[in-house]
Design a binder for this molecule. Sequence first.
Ligand SMILES: NC(=O)c1ccc[n+]([C@@H]2O[C@H](COP(=O)([O-])OP(=O)(O)OC[C@H]3O[C@@H](n4cnc5c(N)ncnc54)[C@H](OP(=O)(O)O)[C@@H]3O)[C@@H](O)[C@H]2O)c1
Length: 356
Amino acid sequence: MREPAEGTSTDDGRKPEAIGSMNIGVIGATGVVGHEMLTILDERGVDSDRVHCIASSRSAGLTLPYGKDHLTVGTLEDTVFEDLDVALFAAGPDTARTWAGQAVSMGCVVIDNSSAFRDDPDIPLVIPEINGNLLDGFKSPGIVASPNCSTTIAMMAVAPIHRLAGIRSMSVTTYQSVSGAGAEAMEELEQQIRQHAAGEPITNRVLPSRALLNVFNHESSIDADGFNEEERKIRFESRRILDAPEIAISATCVRVGVPRAHAMAIELVLEKGVKVEEVRELLDGSDGIRVVDDRELKRFPEPRHAAGQDDIEIGRLRLHPDRADGTGLLLFAAGDQLRKGAALNTIQILERLQNA
Ligand SMILES: NC(=O)c1ccc[n+]([C@@H]2O[C@H](COP(=O)([O-])OP(=O)(O)OC[C@H]3O[C@@H](n4cnc5c(N)ncnc54)[C@H](OP(=O)(O)O)[C@@H]3O)[C@@H](O)[C@H]2O)c1
């Protein structure tokens, strides 16, 4: 077994290294989140010989562009972890459950994008801007979970407000893009656009309803109370990230025929009354947030502007008209769920571990 990745331990007194000196595996490299991870690693200047692309046996031997190079995709098997310091998982919960323990036992730090470990109290669920301090005592090697994409976007918008005025309840309605359901769903939307342009019948196989020119219930499983899994994740994970199990949270999650970046309307009931201007200034000064709230020009958050951006856009800030004490706050947010909702948050976790 190799030594744990240098700089990922807090108790050995060693100096942190930049992520560019680590051997990083992207597990699920052929997927939409994996693709974005490769893009960000390249943006961070990580050399191609430090990056290992891994997917299922279906993709073995494929090549993926990385900067000016091409990387060959390897199959997920025991031996891949021998060469790695870090394994960034973007291959779904089953793969994470099967392989993350093996990666850790071979000395890897694992950061997982799936739901596999988000409800494990021993595994930190982290958005670095909000609860990055949970990584201060991280014992390497080990696992860190990155939250659900809608949860991350919502939390980026509301965590500063929670610190300012305390959230009593939160109600969220999402408008989630098709790439949130993975590469095959994206291909299906592109095919539907071609079918529409050609005047052909529009077909769907991957998602339960057609995405093009439509809005429909999120495709995840529905429980006995009628909530889909995405709605349950937002409720559970938000409370965990804010460390506030007492907050009442409900969500309604739908897909919209948008390729990339989720939007959401959020209604908060606060402990303390606030003024819109004070919230706008607070959010304007918060990391990872861009306030887009121009009532005169009608410029507000939109997925097409948020797509490809690191920042979460927040706007439509209003006080609830029937709460004269300023304890009701309404807002609208849009964020790239492939970047801050997944790949960017994962790499920020890795960078935060370097500084822990
Ligand atoms: N899409 C989003 O916006 C988003 C946001 C946050 C979190 N997530 C989570 O991130 C994970 C990946 O999502 P995605 O949207 O990128 O999915 P995706 O586009 O469908 O990609 C899935 C990836 O996992 C790989 N994979 C599947 N089964 C595997 C196996 N048995 N062994 C090795 N690799 C395997 C696939 O490889 P092959 O190509 O070889 O099949 C592919 O690279 C999921 O857990 C998802 O919930 C997604």
